[in-house]
Write a protein that binds this ligand. Sequence first.
Ligand code: SAH
Length: 343
Amino acid sequence: MKKDILSLNLQELTNEITALGQPKFRAKQIYRWLHKSFVTEFSQMSDLSLSLRELLNDNFVIFDCTIEKKLISEYDSTVKYLFKLHDGEFIESVLMKYKYGYTVCVSSQVGCRMGCTFCASTLSGVVRNLNPSEILSQIYTISRDNDIRVSHIVMMGMGEPFDNYDNVLKFLQLVTDENGVNISMRHISLSTCGIVPKIYSLMEENLQLTLSVSLHAPTDELRSSMMPVNKKYPINELIDACREYTLKTSRRISFEYSLVKNVNDTDECAYALAKLLKGMLCHINLIPVNEVTETGCKKSSPERVKRFSDILTSKGFTVTVRRELGSDINAACGQLRRSVQNK
Ligand code: SAH
């Protein structure tokens, strides 16, 4: 079987290339073609001999995602991609333009098995994990397609990154490698629904990325009703892990809180949330829930969002309300893939 060359780091690639009887420096050349020029065919590596290109083609494959569908928001030029993978599965990515640069939201799995009640990605379960190469190639394809340099990454697309931990860590290593696309670890956010043991594992890695934790509710009863993962890792264990994470890494945690009308958007919830997070090095990101037909969740009114935010601010928290980008193009994760699945 051909090897997945885009998932190899420079050291691993060097080992492979020398094992094929090639000089070491070729590995760096090939690595640059893959991770700086984003080529998708060995034939495009124009400074390698024809025989070497053939040798590579016989031994390796460059996993790539092809653009199946592309939707451009008329409001804010957010671009949503539906990608087809080599085995015919679909994943989604989003390109967002901010003042400080281009951000890509990547998927880490085909589908998701976490079962959050408001989320479209999990409606038909998980199909498989993505390889490091398949997470990378979302960014590479978008860079090529728009002729841009992507500066920021959020791992907030389809899938639970901590349910595909090893591949995600390898992806982080590759995407921050100075020999490759060289995105700063400080410009990467990783979002988890709260798989507690992996928060401790990541803590040991001591990375400069931003950990986002999808909290969405301040009590076990409410959180378990929205997020099944809470039955396994209840709030006190999650918050303990988060507090320890901030102390160990000195990095602020970003708590995601999607506001669902009449479910988790009451004053009582806001006060309980403030109490829960008291004293922690953190930031709260409020997201008016993106309405998905199948889930029946309704978004809170702007007045409710404002009131919820004001309560938290009055308690001393830094709070942002996420701009709703691309609301005209199904930018909520999982909605585009479902629309082709349902056909
Ligand atoms: N599995 C990871 C990352 C994927 S989703 C996680 O759970 O964090 C990224 C964020 O979007 C999470 O906070 C998730 O809870 C939230 N989300 C999912 N569906 C949503 C929807 N319909 N509206 C608003 N936020 C949603």
